[in-house]
Write a protein of this length. Structure first.
Length: 339
């Protein structure tokens, strides 16, 4: 397939030329294999299918003005997949294998890395699956690690513009001591009912509260939450939140800008005191939040009285996306250029 309309690329799946696969058997990883098939063959009793023994990652590569391809913070994704593997008893993927897999896949699909200047990028999706046949509940002895890529446009068609979200009181995405801090598909399955309810009511996503007391802000759907007030960036401290690499990046940038940073529980009562709030993650970078609605208590907070994202969110968004495309200096050492 040939893409010509880079400007109107959706955020969705588009087939590319190749993906890579690697198999773990008898206690070790085999050689990386290149495939042009979009399908995988596995045993019907594979643990990933029955017991959710699977992990995934998501990161992006960008084409700069100079035509070079830049991969953003892949080492952090490698580390997070390692932590997830430890968390749900998958075979761990060594950093070297992770690197080889993503860089090989990008190189083989270079023609799908969107050109500079359309807000589009190449989304990289590593998957780690328990493939051994088990019916009893136990970790698989066999695994498959694979990486595919797909070119994506901006997450929101309107680009960087505010959305409304709804506080979710009837559902949790993860238990207090559960798997919320790991990037596993099961957390997403657990979020689908509440996400659909939010969509039906016209909201972009749900704002989850801590599952134990329902007093504190947890995650904003599939993204981390942050609030800004008094020159301070505040983001929740919680064991059930996925440690977002975008959030880590925003924290470093805020410190560099001379802002204070607080990672601590955020009580719901504090929400009205923020000057700006947003959600962050690889897909949308920053999603500015206009309104937070609590349907049970009929309360809502409006952070964008003029309908525009706030000044700090805008500055962070512009700076981060400029680092990613190479327009701004990579002062934090986040970029690896494909040679
Ligand atoms: C992937 C993910 C994020 C965002 O993490 P990034 O590393 O910034 O892409 C946030 N929350 C959840 C639940 C996620 O799965």
């Amino acid at each position: 397939m040939n893409i010509t309309d880079w400007k109107n690329l959706p955020f969705g799946y588009i087939n590319t030329d190749y993906n890579v696969r690697c198999y773990y058997k008898d206690g070790k990883w085999g050689e990386l294999e290149i495939s042009s098939s979009e399908y995988i063959v596995m045993h019907m009793a594979a643990t990933c299918l029955h017991y959710g023994q699977e992990a995934f990652e998501g990161m992006k590569a960008f084409r700069g003005k100079d035509g070079k391809i830049r991969v953003f913070r892949w080492k952090n994704n490698a580390k997070r997949m390692y932590d997830t593997a430890k968390g749900i008893k998958l075979a761990v993927v060594p950093e070297e294998l992770f690197k080889k897999a993503i860089f090989t896949t990008i190189r083989l699909n270079e023609r799908f890395v969107p050109p500079y200047g359309h807000g589009a990028s190449l989304y990289i999706r590593p998957l780690l699956l328990g493939t051994g046949a088990e019916v009893g509940v136990k970790p698989s002895k066999e695994y498959m690690f694979m990486v595919f890529v797909t070119p994506v446009g901006p997450y929101f068609k309107s680009g960087f513009s505010p959305v409304d979200i709804m506080i979710c009181r009837d559902f949790d995405r993860a238990a207090p001591l559960g798997t919320g801090c790991f990037k596993v598909g099961g957390n997403y399955a657990a979020s689908l009912t509440s996400l659909e309810l939010a969509h039906e009511k016209g909201f972009a996503t749900t704002l989850y509260l801590d599952a134990k007391e329902k007093k504190y802000v947890d995650e904003a759907g599939p993204a981390n939450f942050f609030g800004i007030k008094n020159n301070t960036y505040v983001t929740p401290e919680s064991r059930s939140i996925l440690p977002s690499i975008t959030n880590m990046s925003l924290i470093d940038m805020c410190k560099d800008l001379g802002m204070k940073v607080e990672r601590r529980p955020i009580p719901i009562e504090e929400l009205p005191t923020f000057e700006e709030v947003g959600a962050c993650g690889t897909a949308a970078v920053i999603t500015p939040i206009r309104k937070i609605v609590d349907p049970v208590q009929n309360i809502f907070y409006d952070y964008c009285k003029d309908g525009k994202p706030g000044p700090v969110s805008t500055k962070l968004y512009n700076w981060l996306t400029s680092i990613q495309t190479g327009d701004a200096e990579d002062k934090f050492g986040w970029i690896e250029i494909l040679d």
